[in-house]
Ligand binder design. Structure first.
Ligand SMILES: Nc1ncnc2c1ncn2[C@@H]1O[C@H](COP(=O)(O)OP(=O)(O)O)[C@@H](O)[C@H]1O
Ligand SMILES: [Mg+2]
Length: 364
């Protein structure tokens, strides 16, 4: 049975433009499902609809096989974790974790057991009597997670829960949340604007933009076969490099001397290349020459910026490469690493062949 099943969902706030348009997706039991998209695209609205905090304008929502759109939030068997923790400042850690169990009429003894268990899982055992102001940001976020765990709701909804943490702690908490979700067998719907979180945590990703679904798929499928220009440039950092092409007979020219086999289309075509697929042509004949505009040597990798038909392109190579600005260097791109998009619609052109030598199993 599907944990969550959303069909043709539309949402407009009173008298305003559509915030979500014809959104359909499902979440499997025990799945870690990530909704990712830029600020304002409708992520929180969608999560709040699933939680029962916002009404649906049109469409249906089923949870565990039952119609849920008309159920009250406390009838939906969910827990929710927000970006700003939503802790009560005057309550202790223990009371904050237990908050919500009182209303569910769970026996005192059992409440204490669940609280201790959740606190132990999250390493909060020593902090149970403290107040939120006596905790660090990471500890506060753990308390919010503890409340979700103690509720033992089968579905957990999280809205940008790690956004307020510093980068190092965020990386640590990413792994913790993912491990907890696995261990407890929870179904997770996790909202973030951070494509790295989406890539590293999700079983499946749903990319949302301006209220519309752009693509749903496993992280590597979305990365390797972005369905349109938006996904291509939103997932991956630095983003996929994009340029217009010009038709030369049966081929498309990306820049002087660099052509590729043309997809069978009369429309204008954009070509895209991921930064790591622009390689230094030491021996192989180069696809083209690039003039180094700027170089960032980061220790483990080097970013090399240059212009392609006026657009800034970035190559990303492992290791430390010491070129000079203004230097002309030979670059090579394998044909099967060039993505094509219809310039008018932004949609991906062509089938989805696997890159040479890579099976989907090996890729996962
Ligand atoms: N209560 C509300 N009333 C009117 N418009 C809202 C309300 N909440 C959000 N919006 C609008 O809906 C759009 C999506 O917001 P939101 O779901 O918060 O996006 P996200 O979480 O992806 O940043 C935004 O344009 C926002 O201004
Ligand atoms: Mg939001």
């Amino acid at each position: 049975m599907k944990a969550i099943d959303v069909s043709n969902l539309n949402k407009a706030y009173r008298g305003e433009d559509m915030v979500l348009e014809d959104v359909s997706f499902d979440v499997q039991q025990g799945e870690f499902f990530v909704i990712v998209g830029p600020s304002g695209c409708g992520k929180s609205t969608l999560l709040r609809i699933i939680a029962g905090l916002e009404e649906i304008s049109a469409g249906t929502l089923y949870m565990n096989g039952e119609e849920a759109g008309s159920k009250r939030p406390n009838e939906r068997q969910i827990s929710m974790v927000f970006q700003n923790y939503a802790l009560f400042p005057h309550l202790s850690v223990r009371e904050n974790i237990l908050f919500g169990l009182h209303v569910k009429k769970i026996a005192k003894q059992q409440q204490q057991e669940r609280c201790l268990e959740a606190a132990h899982l999250l390493g909060l055992d020593e902090l149970l009597d403290r107040k939120p102001r006596e905790l660090s940001g990471g500890q506060r976020q753990r308390v919010a997670l503890g409340r979700a765990i103690a509720s033992e709701a089968p579905i957990c909804l999280m809205d940008e829960p790690l956004s307020n943490l510093d980068a190092k702690l965020r990386t640590k908490m990413r792994a913790e949340v993912r491990q907890l979700q696995r261990r407890l067998g929870m179904t997770m719907v996790y909202v973030t604007h951070d494509q790295v979180e989406a890539m590293t945590m999700a079983d499946r990703i749903m990319v949302l933009n301006e209220g519309s679904i752009q693509q749903i798929g496993r992280p590597l499928d979305v990365y390797n076969y972005p369905q349109n220009l938006f996904v291509a440039t939103f997932i991956g950092s630095p983003p996929m490099n994009i340029t217009k092409t010009t038709r030369k007979g049966r081929r498309l020219q990306l820049t002087d001397g660099w052509t590729a086999a043309a997809p069978d289309l009369t429309e204008d075509v954009y070509a895209g290349v991921r930064p790591e697929h622009l390689t230094y042509a030491a021996d192989a004949p180069p696809s083209f020459f690039a003039t180094v505009e700027h170089l960032e040597i980061l220790g483990t990798e080097t970013l090399l910026m240059f212009r392609m038909n006026g657009e800034l392109w970035i190559a990303k190579w492992p290791g430390q490469w010491d070129f000079r600005e203004g230097q002309n260097i030979p670059l090579k791109v394998a044909d099967d690493h060039i993505h094509f998009f219809n310039a008018a619609t932004g949609e991906r052109i062509g089938s989805r062949p696997l890159p040479a030598g890579l099976t989907m199993e090996a890729a996962l």
